[in-house]
Write a protein that binds this ligand. Structure first.
Ligand SMILES: NC(=O)c1ccc[n+]([C@@H]2O[C@H](COP(=O)([O-])OP(=O)(O)OC[C@H]3O[C@@H](n4cnc5c(N)ncnc54)[C@H](O)[C@@H]3O)[C@@H](O)[C@H]2O)c1
Length: 445
């Protein structure tokens, strides 16, 4: 099957390469010429384990190509995926849908024949229906465009597996009405996803608005679960309880589950923070303003954890001015180079603004971090990062940091003081090696 993927960022580049891996002929398009140039040359412009191999294999097999030219896109296929960004609007909680709108404006007037556009970007409920109206106004005589929504649930770091073997596939289609023909989108999606569907992947076909809401609800739930344990963590800190043991204990209840109960520095990234805010904003617009006010608290709890780490640093060091602090981590989570709204980088930035001399190390996120915070000092290796530190903050739980040898690390730092912002180090082992440890939600002797 031939298809295009519009927007080749974290989501789109992965989707394009994985659709080719499933045997389809795919053309990816982006407005960013550098990104397209890199992808054409089999280079993934971001870090995603396993993706470079899939990209290269499928380019070599002639099933995958990239362009910046919308004329080529219109001529290449009758099925198009949209994976462009939907960031938070400036000065508002709402999502900025201008990029998805631009895709419709640029693509639809060029289309001939019958086309199905499957949106994958995360959008406010009602967007797909509005885009359908927009498309209907722009479409040439004799051509037709159906817009359907097929939200994406991939996790950065596991994006290839999640795309090729998704947990579930959700498809929102328009209802039959006087002005619309029957939906063709389900038939198209069944062909696109033939391989996962043969493997019994649950396939939920619903209306457009439910599909849009599934995605933001999933993210709101995950964010709430993280903030729940972080709220409990605040109580644990005040009474000397241990949030990690507490999470283990409640996690054995399979109605609760242990996943996403990792107390620590909280969530960040290009999805959860902006998605919960956009969901709140949209709820207000559709007259359900009371429904999601709790997400404001979820957001606030999450932000307080960043401040808590700064406060711990102050408690330990007194004044932060001129102190050598090493922050381990810049990406918002391990196995990614994505620093969008990264808790690690937020902590590093705040410490620096408070006068500390901050050195950052991340196995993959350094280039992106440098663009956001050029004034921080970036180490060349973990060893370089630890050299001369008076305080080490573990802010992103990369394997390299979790496996760090406390005796080796002790030989590098000036002072054996560490804040475990992710609760991933074994306190006994570190304390036995002479380290003084602080953590979130636990009082360590
Ligand atoms: N990153 C994830 O893990 C993930 C997971 C699920 C859903 N999503 C959603 O997917 C969407 C994209 O996220 P992302 O992380 O890939 O963002 P991203 O910023 O990495 O990529 C977006 C891409 O769209 C391109 N673009 C913008 N306007 C364009 C246009 N008119 N035509 C062609 N390309 C255009 C940009 O140049 C950029 O390369 C968002 O709505 C996000 O919420 C992301």
């Amino acid at each position: 099957m031939r298809m295009t993927v519009i927007g080749t960022g974290y989501l789109g580049a992965t989707h394009a390469a994985c659709m080719a891996e499933l045997g389809h002929e795919v053309l990816g398009v982006d407005v960013d010429e550098n990104k397209i140039e890199a992808l054409k040359n089999s280079k993934v412009p971001f870090y995603e384990p396993g993706l470079p191999e899939v990209l290269e294999r499928n380019i070599d097999a002639g099933r995958l190509d990239f362009t910046t030219d919308y004329d080529e896109v219109a001529a290449f296929a009758n099925v198009h995926f949209i994976g462009v960004g939907t960031p938070q609007q400036r000065g508002s909680y709402a999502a900025d849908t201008r990029y998805v709108e631009a895709v419709i404006d640029d693509l639809v007037p060029k289309l001939q024949g019958h086309h199905v556009i499957l949106g994958k970007s995360t959008v406010p409920v009602g967007t797909a229906a509005a885009l359908q109206e927009r498309a209907d106004k722009l479409v040439q005589d004799g051509a037709s465009v159906e817009i359907a929504w097929n939200p994406e649930f991939l996790r950065e770091g596991y994006a290839v597996k999640d795309t090729i073997e998704p947990d579930r596939i959700v498809l929102g289609v328009r209802g039959a009405s006087a002005t619309h023909e029957e939906s063709r989108a389900e038939e198209v999606a069944r062909e696109v996803y033939a391989t996962p569907l043969e493997n019994d992947t649950p396939f939920i076909v619903t209306d457009l608005q439910t599909a849009e809401l599934v995605k933001v609800s999933a993210n709101a739930f995950l964010a709430t679960k993280i903030s729940f344990i972080n709220a409990v963590s605040e109580v644990c800190e005040n009474v000397g309880a241990d949030v990690t043991q507490l999470a283990d204990a409640i996690g054995y209840d399979d109605r609760i589950g242990r996943k996403f109960l990792g107390a620590g520095l909280g969530f960040g990234g290009g999805c959860l923070p902006k998605d919960i805010r956009a969901f709140m904003a949209r709820a207000g617009e559709v007259g359900a303003d009371q429904a999601l006010t709790f997400l404001r608290e979820v957001d606030a709890i999450n932000m307080r954890r960043r401040q808590r780490v700064i406060d711990l640093a102050r408690e330990e060091l007194g004044s932060l001015i001129g102190r050598n602090i090493t922050v381990l981590g810049a990406a918002f989570k391990p196995n990614s180079d994505d620093v969008r709204d990264s808790p690690a980088l937020a902590v590093a930035g705040q410490l620096s603004l408070a006068g500390a001399s901050v050195r950052v190390y991340d196995p993959q996120g350094m280039d992106n971090a440098r663009k956001v915070f050029p004034t921080l000092d970036y180490a060349t290796s973990l060893e370089d990062a630890l050299n001369g530190a008076e305080l080490v903050i573990l802010a992103t739980e990369w394997q390299e940091f979790k496996q760090m040898d406390p005796v080796w690390a002790a030989g590098l730092v000036d002072k054996q003081l560490l804040i475990d912002g992710r609760n991933v180090l074994d306190p006994q082992t570190w304390q036995a090696a002479g380290w003084q440890l602080r953590a979130l939600g636990r009082t360590l002797g």
